[in-house]
Ligand binder design. Sequence first.
Ligand code: UD2
Length: 312
Amino acid sequence: MALYLISGIGGFIGSSLARELLSRGEQVRGFDNFSTGKRENLTEILDLIDFREADLGDLAAMHAACGGVDFVLHQAAIPSVPKSVLDPLGSNRANVDGTVNLLVAARDAKVKRVVYAASSSAYGDTPTLPKIETMKPDPISPYAVAKLASEHYLISFYRCYQLETVALRYFNIFGPRQDPTSPYSGVLAKFITVMLRGEQPTIFGDGEQSRDFTYIDNAVEANLLACKAPASKAAGQVFNVATGHRCTLNETFKLLQPLTSYTGQPKYGPERGGDIKHSLADISKAEAALGYKPKVDFQEGLRRTVEWYRSR
Ligand code: UD2
């Protein structure tokens, strides 16, 4: 049994990681400042975990949180392209300064490995698809720059201090518990909840933008594999975490219609600043080095997510 520290444990990815680790009999500690995470995501597991309310900006709290920890799963962030365009300083504080604080604490506590929630936004809008880790990154939004800067900090901490680090470039993770209520929420959480209410979703732009939407269980599995993969294959490395397929927003809307019983049409609004047009991953590096294989495809993921929101 190992002790895992999850930053951002109140978030949808952090709380999903916690549930899976508990079901595997592992020990879980976690912290959140509830800036985007939610207490209700932890309700049934609160008694089973060592939870602390803390902010990544508090180095003393990070040192305390890392004591005795085997693996850190660093999910805490302000995860939004448009929010970072409005507030680049806030994005940098949470997404870069916060990461460095946690890395310093993890290094000092001699944790075995830090696995980081990096982002596909690092690739930017370069025309070549699929995106492969050897491509030169070309981030557009402050959020994408911050996520990429943190990746480089992870690699630096491996090179300079031999702290084993792994960066997982998430491609549009979705699933149960993703918050649909903020203007910055992920598109699928918004579309599903709006359509279930019989309301019209808004597509920003022409709807022909595409994403490699990745169901949460795949991201959870990738994190747990990244903790256990041999250091020779994983440490100091960056991996795409995705499905290797993409879907446009217009196609996604059509898939959601029968699942949500929504019979109307979407509205179209202006394109969003800082957005990229197409996103699709090559996942062969994660397959070869981590043994990663997407377990749940997009359509099945949509079905499970719609069912979850419907049951609320
Ligand atoms: C980026 C990253 C993703 C993750 C995420 C964190 C890319 C390709 N992906 O997601 O991996 O790091 O940031 O937030 O960079 N949209 C609508 N209507 C809405 C909401 C969104 O049309 O009501 C559009 C939006 O303009 C975009 C697409 O849906 O074209 C996806 O937006 P999103 O905010 O769900 O995720 P994205 O791609 O910015």
